[in-house]
Design a protein around this ligand. Sequence first.
Ligand code: GDP
Length: 360
Amino acid sequence: SLSIGIVGLPNVGKSTLFNALTSNDVLAANYPFATIEPNVGVVGLPDARLDRLAEIHNSQKILPAPVSFTDIAGLVKGASKGQGRGNAFLANIRDASAICQVVRAFSDPNVVHVDGKVSPRDDIETINTELILADLGTIEKALTRLEKEARVNKARAGALANAKAASELLNNGTTLYGGAAKAGIDLDELRELHLLTAKPFLYVFNVDEAELGNAAFLDELRALVAPAEAVFMDAKIESELIGLDDAEKRELLEGIGQDEPGLNQLIRVGFATLGLQTYLTAGPKESRAWTIPIGATAPEAAGVIHSDFQRGFIKAEVVSFADLDSYGTMAAAKAAGKVRIEGKEYVMADGDVVEFRFNV
Ligand code: GDP
């Protein structure tokens, strides 16, 4: 399943953030993988379109697209040299589709910083270094094997050359996600190595609530990680939102100049970082969002619901959410010619409301 791994130095607010994310466990019952591990939480992609769809179709249930977060403990300075629990974090992080680093930018003198001072730049560097060292270790181990394979099998020459180039890039302190494209490294050739720094990165800066409106301060932090995405929040405030009703939440957020929880932004940015989008299905039983890669065709989208839908795909009845929203009912949208019949080649758009026709 789609999973975002949360990493960061000790005491930066990871647990606070993870608990705030997953305290909202309404999704667990519908997504069985949610309950496998205590360090995995599944949250719904916030999507106001689903509320409107449920209203139009009188749906009993709303099922947002699930995004799972894994709390990856144990990544500390020197982990690659055996500090803390050493490389124990590797097992968890290998399975993550993207890596989210939580960075401390709050000042509270009562919360000890492991390195004695609050420095987002240094912390990012520390975590990056550990991930880079882990990848260098992986590549070093693989090189002997790759060299042997390349000697007897020409088709393996690409993997070897790319592994060598990756090792050089990493040795210069650059992550593969940040530098592979520019260096002409083909990450597909290195897929078998499950390299950590090849995963998409995003950053959460845990800031004091007073700084949330300080654009200059936030821009400085954003510049540290660009072009990767940055999300800003106060983890303490996010955890205070737990258990409040909607009106209370709105009031608290308004008080700090925010129109939505930082967690919603994080879920959305995480989703976008992975190159994903959603399409929608709706009926009296449920209004639901389904996750597909950008560029997926109609049969591929059908396959996310059930592999039989993809195999037996005939056609899709498609209306954009915007059209359905403005016409108010399927019948009115149809009468206005806004409901299209699409075939096998159709490339899905975000927010398509779809009904598939298929042979079983
Ligand atoms: P972790 O080690 O990264 O998981 O960090 P925790 O979530 O356990 O947080 C470490 C300490 O920092 C706890 O005492 C938290 O209450 C506190 N903390 C977390 N986030 C914030 C924040 O945004 N502001 C302040 N002032 N304290 C925070």
